[in-house]
Design a protein around this ligand. Structure first.
Ligand SMILES: [Zn+2]
Length: 190
């Protein structure tokens, strides 16, 4: 959407009385970014809504999501919001900015590097699962040191994991399961 950056910036500056911080501008850009809005619509429908609906916390009628509680008092609303904000802050502190999935998509592993990593490892470096043996196996290119902790998109920081091992490996864990491509064995396993 680069062709809209300049008019967006000028129009927001005018609206803000002539000045705005980079942060404020970035937030305005994010709101106008249809791709990221669509991304979050999809995420919201896939994840929190079904889980919370199952627990009876929210209901979903077509595109409308409603909290399934009696009218909240001001104090109750404030307490719920404070508890949710604390939860987000705690999670952000323990996992880093990577919880915001959009950040990962902004700087994906280049497809040529992805190809080279798959060619190098060929199978899950943890459990050995390979699509040649089991056609249900899906291989992922995983960051040994997570992006949120400064891990790079270099081959030495990438390894092939199957979806199951990838799910089992949390972002906090920077264990290299196999050998990394500089030839140094880093065979620590969990
Ligand atoms: Zn595996």
């Amino acid at each position: 959407m680069s062709h809209v950056y300049q008019p967006l910036l000028i129009s927001f500056l005018v609206e803000s009385g002539g000045a705005a911080t980079i942060r404020q501008l970035a937030q305005e850009f994010a709101l106008a970014d249809e791709a990221s809005v669509l991304h979050y619509e999809k995420r919201i429908k896939e994840m929190p809504v079904p889980v919370l609906a199952k627990r009876g916390v929210v209901s979903k009628r077509a595109e409308l999501i409603e909290l399934q509680v009696e009218k909240l008092t001001y104090v109750q609303s404030s307490q719920i919001r404070a508890a949710c904000e604390k939860r987000i802050a705690d999670f952000l502190q323990s996992r880093g900015v990577e919880i915001w999935s959009g950040l990962l998509e902004m700087d994906p592993v280049p497809s040529t590097v992805r190809y080279d990593v798959l060619k190098r490892d060929r199978k899950c470096v943890l459990c050995g699962a390979a699509p040649e043996i089991d056609s249900d196996v899906r291989l992922h290119v995983d960051h040994i040191v997570p992006r949120s902790k400064g891990g790079s998109n270099e081959m030495s920081n990438l390894q092939v994991l199957c979806s199951e091992c990838n799910l089992g490996k949390s972002n906090r864990d920077d264990t290299a399961f196999g050998e990394i491509d500089d030839g140094k064995a880093n065979a620590e396993t969990v």
